[in-house]
Design a protein. Structure first.
Length: 127
């Protein structure tokens, strides 16, 4: 299997033994992104809005590292620590996916690294 590891300084460094993303046979698998600012390694803010925007910005930069954008995304998985944040998350999410609506799952989890309230991972395809 030929693969390419994606690494960009425009997204936070991995906080564990994994890659920001990996490309295999034209498919981009982007690891879960918290709302962490790459320049500080800290959460963008305490709430769902700041962390959602930052997580999606991180994904945007990882996609861009492979000359892709949100129109290339085919699947998204979202993990929230509070399902009560679902509507606010959706409001922000729509700004990043105004046309392309990939398949998606949203699940509530008990905790996320660094005390985050959201983590987003996705799969994209190069065209």
């Amino acid at each position: 299997m030929d693969s390419i590891i994606i690494q960009t300084d425009m997204a936070p460094a991995s906080i564990g033994p994994y890659s920001q993303g990996i490309v295999v046979n034209g498919w981009l698998f982007i690891s879960g992104q918290l709302g962490i600012k790459p320049e500080t390694g800290e959460l963008a803010g305490p709430g769902i809005a700041a962390q959602t925007n930052q997580a999606l910005e991180n994904i945007k930069h990882i996609l861009s590292a492979e000359r892709c954008d949100f129109d290339h995304v085919v699947s998204v998985d979202v993990f929230l620590t509070n399902m009560g944040d679902f509507d606010k998350f959706n409001e922000i999410y729509l700004k990043y996916f105004p046309r392309n609506r990939p398949a998606r799952a949203v699940a509530e989890v008990s905790a996320l690294p660094k005390g985050g309230c959201i983590e987003i991972k996705c799969i994209a395809v190069q065209r």
